[in-house]
Design a protein around this ligand. Structure first.
Ligand code: NAD
Length: 459
């Protein structure tokens, strides 16, 4: 069995090692989940709820320790890691409350000939694959509803950041979740192991969060066995500032939408469309905030933005910026790598970006804000909707009616209206188009792990 070195992206120091799971280990985990399913689905919803509640309480008690682990394996700043762990724990609290709200339906058929009885059952063994950018929250956003619904799980975290996920599985064990219900495997490389689990005939649900490229590949594999899929994929969020926006609200919202997690978020604002009449004031205020951000070690309380996850990601961000500048963009601040050996990149604001610039067509996944000036408000909706992704959009205007009409026309699963953050365990999170299929969080998050069964009967 190989060993995975988990590296701190700030100084490349070794944080810990994890055994790399072989294909046979992953299949054994699927079998354990399969054996545990019958008992877990029959466990009283209240009992499942109370275990999730205890897991929430343990996570809350161990909050700071977990947050520091997230910083060390992922590089994000401590404030972001603390916010992530709070957010992550909230999924256990929310789904502990949802576990006892699995409803059904009982009605007379319209013809009067019989009765319609509808119930909901756990879908079965669920394979949950998560990315490196939110190592704690993506694990709980899937495990919370799966366990609440009565499913057993195999969690496959990203091998760059497996430690928080492993720690959270241990919390679930200490909260009383029986052996076999939660299994965690870290195969590296992941491809063959994930394929084997999907082909095992025992996995009934794939819940994946990650890139659109890998998501599409796994959907094709899942199709061979008609496996129920939920897909949370990439984003390319537009952020629109209308001329009637409250400048302070727009700048605060833009900072949050761009810089949460140092820009490494699927929800990160990627394309800034700013009305000509407010453009210069907005850019001045926003760039002042961006250039005041200190880049460095996420554990240092003076740091506002941590490194990117890897040298490859640092290269991607640098290439995107160089391409934009070659195409005529002006650098207002940043546009350079960290001066140390970390994978950092300075918070960057670019203006004079044209509507067709390449940087607007890709998920930057770093602290770079390309600004496009616009005058025609009717035209801007077409630009917002012109990309393959459709996860989230941000709109800033004092005219709420206009904002809501705009929201109606946007082809994204979520909209932040005068707000730079949409994530909430009680809300349905997810995208349309190439950003995914299905929703996580809210009641929809629970439904994703339930099958509907219908009995037509007379009694
Ligand atoms: P990724 O697609 O490379 O990896 C995601 C997961 O898939 C990881 O567990 C990884 O090990 C696994 N994986 C990678 N290659 C695989 C293969 N060939 N076969 C099977 N599994 C494989 O994504 P990432 O780089 O870890 O994460 C960044 C991406 O995730 C971005 O595109 C981001 O937008 C997206 N994301 C989306 C959401 C959302 O909710 N929509 C949330 C966070 C991140």
């Amino acid at each position: 069995m190989g060993v995975i070195n988990v590296i701190n992206p700030f100084d490349q120091s070794l944080v810990d090692t994890v055994a790399s799971a072989e294909v046979s280990d992953c299949l054994a985990a699927v079998h354990r989940a399969h054996s545990a399913f019958a008992t877990w689905r029959a466990t009283a919803p209240r009992a499942r709820a109370e275990m999730l509640r205890r897991a929430y309480e343990l996570m809350t008690a161990e909050h700071d320790e977990l947050a520091r682990l997230v910083v060390r394996e992922n590089g994000k700043v401590l404030a972001d890691a603390k916010a992530e762990v709070t957010y992550a724990a909230e999924f256990f609290r929310w789904f502990s409350e949802e576990a006892v709200r699995i409803d059904g339906d009982y009605r007379r058929a319209p013809s009067g000939a019989n009765w319609l009885l509808v119930s909901r059952e756990p879908v079965g063994v669920s394979l949950l694959a998560t990315p490196w950018n939110f190592p704690a929250a993506m694990a709980t956003r899937k495990m919370g509803p799966a366990l609440a619904a009565g499913c057993t799980v195999v969690l496959k975290p990203a091998s760059d950041t497996p430690l928080a996920a492993i720690a959270i599985c241990d919390i679930l064990r200490r909260a009383g979740v029986p052996d076999g219900v939660v299994n965690v495997v870290v195969p590296e490389p992941p491809g063959a192991a994930v394929s084997a689990m999907l082909a095992s005939g025992l996995v009934r649900k794939l819940s994946f969060t990650g890139s659109t490229r890998v998501g599409a590949m796994l959907l094709a594999q899942a199709a061979e066995r008609i496996i129920n899929c939920s897909m949370e994929l990439g984003g390319n969020a537009p952020l629109v500032v209308f001329d009637d926006a409250d400048l302070d609200v727009a700048v605060d919202g833009a900072m949050l939408a761009k810089m949460r997690n140092g820009g490494a978020a699927c929800t990160a604002a990627n394309r800034f469309f700013v009305h000509d009449k407010i453009h210069d004031r907005f850019v001045d205020a926003f760039a002042k905030r961006m250039s005041a951000m200190r880049l460095g070690d996420g554990l240092d309380p003076q740091t506002h933005v941590g490194p990117l996850i890897s040298r490859a990601q640092q290269d991607n961000v640098a290439t995107a910026v160089e391409g934009a500048v070659a195409g005529g963009a002006t650098v207002v601040c940043g546009a350079k790598r960290a001066g140390d050996t970390s994978f950092g990149y300075h918070p960057t604001v670019l203006t004079d970006v044209s509507f067709d610039a390449d940087i607007l067509k890709r998920e930057i996944f770093g602290p770079v804000a390309p600004m496009v000036r616009f005058t025609d408000a009717d035209d801007i909706i077409t630009h917002c909707n012109s990309v393959e992704h459709g996860l989230v959009s941000y709109v800033f205007t004092r005219d709420v009616g206009k904002g809501l009409r705009f929201a109606e026309a946007l082809e994204t699963g979520m909209i932040g209206l005068n707000r730079g953050l949409v994530s909430d365990p009680a809300a349905p999170f997810g995208g349309v188009k190439a950003s995914g299929i299905g929703r996580e969080g809210g009641h929809d998050g629970l439904l994703a792990f339930l099958e509907t069964k219908y009995v037509a009967g007379n009694w």
